[in-house]
Ligand binder design. Sequence first.
Ligand SMILES: [Zn+2]
Length: 558
Amino acid sequence: MTYTEIKERGNKKYYYRAKSIRKGKKIKKQRIYLGVNLSKQNLGELEKKADEKLLNKKTEKQIKEKHKETKKQLQESKEQESQLGITAEKDEFSDWFVQLLQKSELIEYTKVSGSYVIRPKAYFIWEKVKDYFDKKIKQDGVKNAYFPLLIPESNLIKEKEHVQGFSPEVAWVTHAGDTKLSEKLAIRPTSETIMYPSYAKWIRSWRDLPLRLNQWVNVLRWEFKNPVPFIRSREFLWQEGHTAFATKNQAEQEAEKILDFYADVYKEMYAIPVIKGVKTEKEKFAGADRTLTTEIFLPSGKAVQGATSHNLGQNFSKVFNIKFLDKDKKEKFVWQNSWGISTRSIGIAVMTHSDNKGLVISPKISDIQAIIIPIFKTQEEKKQIIKKCQEIKNKLNDFRIEIDDREEYTPGFKFNEWELKGIPIRLELGPKDLEKNQVVMVDRLDNKKRSVKISKIKQEIKKEIERQQSELYKRAEKFLQDNICKVENMTDLKSKIKERKIVLVPMCKKVKCEDWVKGKSGGAKTLNIPFEQPDLKGKKCVNCGKQADYWVYVGKSY
Ligand SMILES: [Zn+2]
């Protein structure tokens, strides 16, 4: 606060405007001289002006505080190094996963439960996967198209099993503004029922077959189970392929081929092994004759369906009247498939490889493959080192490289941040490295440091990317093998499920037996009947004891 002091000497009054400042225990005063023998009016104006000066003037305390603040910021930056990371261990799975997704900047939550923003880092992954798969199917003769988001109710309810499978999850558009629509419109949960009326128009003769279309879109399924980002979310991105063939055999062959493509996506892009197989009658897609899946086992102890390929048989072609005139002049219904892989695969990859320090992702799909961190103390060093970093970046223009030259953060802070964000390779360049014409290379998987000559940097980066890709796959494969087991009776099945394993058991194909297994094992479901079947001779169903029809994987699942 400011105040006016008046000092009288003789018959003169000297006016001062003053302000007290506490300085430790002492009180210091700042004063501005206003004048002598001032009139009231004059005084008022002068006081105002002086106040402005006094209040704007930085006091010593303020200056000191400013210094303190700068110091504090640096300190905080250092403290953040330890706080930046994830505070949950991978064992506390869901907490760990949700923190990881947000802190590594893959997603951002919104107000709508179960829907979230796919941030650039995650979207980049999707783009990579999309490019890879899109190229594969186009080379195989599939074409891309786009069908509308809204599906009339009358279309959706045509295939009975299909609609029963989806109806609880369908979101409906019922109004345009305040006007009620004459027919409810479903927001696509999947597009069979919007695509096939067009197929019925386009397919006339055997010459129009096969018809093989794909679309890259979003779908909405109003899930009520616990939403888990990517893994179980209401809206997700996917591709859905819908094909029509003249014969059952052609359709079945395609479904299997596409399943192999999906296994390739998981291996080549995500560095994850899958179990290929067929769903049981109980677990197959609503409206399909046969559902082929790639199942993946996650560190949470749960399995998840990674991608699916369905033989729809003639179920939809009979409902939507998709007929063709065959070479033998007979009219026949087409045989159809539908197949899809979604952004769920991103969640699967993140869960599989990441650790307590943060995201781990295969270098092929990482938006940044290597981050260069300049380390310097003086301005002179800075100039030289930044220049060298730029040179290195230019040498590496076949890769996705960035330089982190932010000066407000310590190198230690940056190391932790890029670890959290899962950048596969870190290159550090300090004055000593500059002298020796080398960089320090640190890998995200094992955090091992080694020096690399700048002249050899390109080959070394290439090698390291390939090494990490195959190392990640190897580790995931080992994890899978360590957690698979094979048993032949219910007691063993129950105890293995408790240990969070996935268990291969002989079973008969009765749905009742599957229900029993689910009940007795505390909610474990059949995952798939693997293509690779052990010998079935003399094997009995774990539930009813009658001759088994197949070996099937059972486990907890998302
Ligand atoms: Zn049985």
